[in-house]
Design a protein around this ligand. Structure first.
Ligand SMILES: Nc1ncnc2c1ncn2[C@@H]1O[C@H](COP(=O)(O)OP(=O)(O)O)[C@@H](O)[C@H]1O
Ligand SMILES: [Mg+2]
Length: 260
């Protein structure tokens, strides 16, 4: 496997007396798809919040592409090439699909206020390239057909895709996806799987995926990290994780797992 792109070491996060993350360590190699799974409240979203710089760690470190990103801020993390999607849809419902992507691109436009604000130097584009880049991102996420549609009017599966498109507008090397399949029907879920696979295989993206939909996780991920009560209890191939008694006991065997 390639060298690690993301390395998380000893990550710990307290909320008052609650340890939402306890000494979490793992790494993700360039080009890998890694799953982060565990029961509700295990600390998966907290891990994303700390890695993306949205909240500080209580202890531990986050390194990405040779940079220490432990203390964020989020804009620096994105400029370094690490972008995320959110558990809830987070697009502007009243503007078009293309406009959502365009807004996601602002910080990459050379000389724009947003560009100066985040201090981005790599991956910038001139104003003349903006529309081509919007179209490229829409094509990458198979949303070109809905370019002019109002985002809020899209079917839920397409809104989730748009969330991914907006994250991709930053042209990241790695994407953190928080429950992208939640609320999707069977066909939308298959479509999402195809999209994530193509982002990795055709566009070279590295993915860290938080997801309860086990069929999707098992099919897509090269490796899986299992969190329970903030701590890593297992890590390995989908098959090894599926057969791990501690994982079955704490998560996969739980009665609510099938529809979680
Ligand atoms: N901002 C916060 N303030 C207080 N407690 C929080 C906060 N965010 C998360 N928690 C708590 O941390 C634990 C982990 O939550 P979370 O990371 O959202 O879990 P998951 O995404 O795995 O379901 C939960 O007990 C949750 O209530
Ligand atoms: Mg969560």
């Amino acid at each position: 496997m390639n060298e690690a792109l993301l390395t998380v070491k000893g990550l710990t996060r307290h909320f008052g007396g609650l340890a939402a993350l306890r000494d979490l360590s793992f790494s993700v190699a360039e080009g890998e798809i890694v799953g982060l799974i565990g029961p509700n409240g295990a600390g998966k979203t907290t891990a994303f919040n700390v890695i993306s710089g949205a909240i500080p760690a209580s202890a531990g470190s986050v390194h990405f592409a040779g940079q220490d990103l432990t203390d964020g801020p989020p804009s620096r993390v994105v400029v370094a090439g690490l972008a995320r999607t959110f558990q809830a849809t987070s697009t502007y419902p009243d503007v078009s699909v293309a406009e959502n992507v365009r807004r996601g691109l602002l910080s990459r436009i050379r000389g724009s206020w947003a560009n100066r604000l985040v201090g981005r130097r790599h991956g910038c584009i001139g104003p003349a390239q903006l529309e081509d880049e919007v179209q490229a991102i829409l094509a990458m996420t198979q949303l070109s057909r809905w370019s002019d549609a109002r985002a809020g009017a899209l079917a839920y599966g397409l809104q989730k895709k748009l969330g991914i498109a907006v994250a991709l507008a930053a042209r990241p090397r790695m994407l953190l996806l928080d429950e992208p399949a939640a609320g999707l029907n069977h066909e939308e879920c298959r479509e999402l799987g195809r999209l994530l696979r193509s982002l990795q295989a055709e566009h070279g993206l590295t993915l860290l995926l938080v997801e309860h939909h086990m069929a999707l996780v098992m099919e897509l991920c090269h490796r899986i990290v299992v969190l329970v009560q903030g701590a890593k209890i297992a890590e390995g191939t989908p098959q090894a994780v599926r057969e791990n008694p501690a994982v079955i006991e704490a998560y996969l065997g739980a009665p609510d797992y099938a529809h979680a």
